[in-house]
Design a protein around this ligand. Structure first.
Ligand code: 2HA
Ligand code: ZN
Length: 305
């Protein structure tokens, strides 16, 4: 009788190889489909489509919930990378995990290749260093603005009882244009933005804070921004763009969108008016106050009257 010589060892190896590849396929498919990752990558692409992210401009961070961390943990590297000092300290978010865009990475590439362009970092117990636990492949690092993002997260989380989770930085053209022609004060920017479109005062009733031109990427601009984030969800960086804070991707993107649309309206209306701010018609302060009253929203009274 003829015998067939089965080589069970090599058959098992081949089967394990197929299973291993399938497992990896499922894993890499799944992390991109976790709701917090897909919401994040969609927002990166939305900003790109608005024209706010030329080259590597702009960055986004999201503070993960405990459930997000548990759902992502199976995908974490077997061995986390080195701890890296941030140059700033924020104790109230020590131990948190963030999803962040990468330094030098382009927003337009995030959706197509998350693992190379974004990553998850863990903050240490002192709140002064991070380490990468997933993504940012091939030596990539978190955004150069990570110190600003982290400090802004610390103050907005404290101010909202933990509700705030998203910090977004975009090179929004309207805000950059306004920096040239409006005094760089919170009041001057806020009043002009509120007056441009009826719902602005409802969307950002506290107004916007303004940081004068500063060198980006360091601890000094992080400290200046986070000081203003104690009061505002939107910070103008003169001649650079804006920072927006919010509890989720929709609210934060919507805030940045509303603020920059108002800024673009201001610049266009002023140009159409021959450069003058002497408007024929406008929303009066009483109109802003009445709108907030009817929407049951508290307006920042420092900026009306
Ligand atoms: O390039 O936007 O502010 C990333 C930035 C730095
Ligand atoms: Zn920037």
């Amino acid at each position: 009788m003829a015998t067939v010589d089965f080589d069970f060892d090599s058959m098992r190896e081949a089967a394990m190889g197929v299973l291993g590849t399938a497992q990896q396929g499922i894993n890499s498919f799944a992390i991109e489909n976790l709701p917090f990752v897909s919401g994040f990558t969609r927002m990166c692409n939305d900003g790109w489509l608005q024209g706010w992210h030329e080259r590597n401009g702009g960055n986004l961070t999201y503070r993960m919930t405990d459930e997000d961390v548990e759902s992502a943990r199976p995908f974490f590297d077997p061995k986390p990378r080195e701890w890296v000092k941030m140059g700033v300290t924020g104790e109230n978010l020590a131990g948190s995990f963030f999803l962040t865009t990468g330094s030098g990475k382009y927003m337009r590439n995030v959706e197509g290749d998350p693992a190379h362009n974004i990553g998850i970092v863990e903050i240490n117990k002192k709140g002064d260093a991070y380490r990468i636990v997933w993504g940012l492949l091939d030596g990539a690092k978190p955004t150069s603005e990570f110190p600003s993002h982290y400090m802004n997260h610390c103050v907005t989380a404290a101010r909202t009882d933990g509700a705030n989770r998203v910090i977004y930085h975009a090179h929004t053209p309207g805000i950059i244009e306004m920096s040239f022609i409006v005094p760089l004060t919170d009041r001057d920017f806020t009043r002009r933005l509120w007056q441009m479109m009826t719902e602005c005062v409802v969307v950002f009733p506290a107004g916007v804070g303004v940081v004068p031109w500063m060198v980006p990427g360091g601890a000094a601009i992080a400290e200046a921004s986070s000081e203003l984030m104690k009061t505002y969800d939107t910070i103008v960086w003169a001649h650079h763009g804006l920072f927006a804070a919010g509890p989720d991707f929709d609210t934060t993107f919507g805030l940045a969108h509303t603020v920059d649309k108002a800024a673009q309206l201001y610049v266009a209306a002023r140009a159409a008016n021959g450069g003058s701010e002497d408007w024929l018609n406008k929303i009066e302060d009483q109109g802003l106050i009445d709108t907030c009253h009817d929407f049951n929203i508290k307006i920042n009274e420092a900026f009306v009257g």
